[in-house]
Design a protein around this ligand. Structure first.
Ligand code: PGA
Length: 255
């Protein structure tokens, strides 16, 4: 059965102390109104420096899990400033965001590197939240399907069926990230249906039907319910709105 997920990508925001406060606020609101659907999950991805504090607070929580925003493609060694997947496991992470558009554009991460990251992440039993999505210029020229097809085809579609079934895909059109201009529910549904069709063609329709596909890009408390009501949208990867406890919890309840 398809899981539904709301994941908060905090990006480079919040000190460890501030993270403790924000996670506490989120958990307090979830105590008042808990998530009761067994297949619904929440992921919180704070900065690395907050992971060990966050894991203490989240330990044993039935549906809120810890995630990281990135990791390196090697197990250990002389890679100054990088972090290994095993370190994230040790810090209590279960999920890792891979291939966010900010990593692709600012840090020049390409498909080859992203595939190496996915492989090592999965080898460490972490669940990748793999991001894809087109630029505005690509959508304006009708290339969005080709872009997403090649982003997936060059990376996670090289996984075996058994491997791919554990991956979460996040469709995040770059023009919608942090801009306040979300994809319309129709645009999100259209691309999610396209991704599911690609999975069915490359693998099979059972797998396509079971995979969790998240939408990301200016998803907020006001638009989440309509986006999530689309048949192929199984939740969201939330940036800005995940930094405000009340908004994030409203988004969780929009699942
Ligand atoms: P946003 O970011 O919700 O602030 O647009 C989403 C993301 O980058 O994952």
């Amino acid at each position: 059965m398809r899981k539904k997920i709301v994941a908060g990508n905090w990006k480079m925001n919040k000190t460890a102390g501030e993270a403790v406060v924000l996670i506490g606020e989120i958990l307090d609101l979830l105590k008042i109104r808990p998530v009761t659907e067994p297949l619904h999950r929440v992921v919180i991805a704070p900065p690395f420096i907050a992971l060990t504090k966050a894991t203490e607070i989240l330990k044993g929580h039935p549906y809120v899990f810890l995630g990281a925003q990135n990791c390196y493609s090697k197990p250990k060694g002389a890679f100054t400033g990088e972090i290994a997947p095993a370190m994230l496991v040790d810090a209590g992470c279960e999920y890792v965001i891979i291939g966010h558009s900010e990593r692709r554009s600012y840090f020049k991460e390409n498909d080859t590197l992203l595939m190496e990251k996915v492989k090592i992440v999965m080898g460490n039993k972490l669940i990748p939240i793999f991001c894809c999505g087109e630029l505005l210029s690509e959508r304006e020229t009708g290339k969005q399907y080709d872009i997403v097809r090649s982003q997936l085809g060059n990376t996670i579609f090289n996984l075996s069926r058994e491997e791919l079934q554990d991956v979460v895909i996040a469709y995040e059109p770059v023009w919608a990230i942090g801009t306040g201009v979300n994809a319309t529910p129709e645009q999100a549904q259209d691309m999610h249906a396209f991704i599911r069709k690609l999975i069915a063609e490359k693998y099979d329709s059972t797998l396509a039907d079971e995979m969790t596909l998240l939408y990301g890009g200016s998803c907020n408390a006001a638009n989440a319910a309509e986006l999530f009501s689309q048949p192929d949208v199984d939740g969201g990867l939330i940036g800005g709105a995940s930094l405000i406890a009340k908004d994030f919890v409203e988004i969780i309840h929009a699942l």
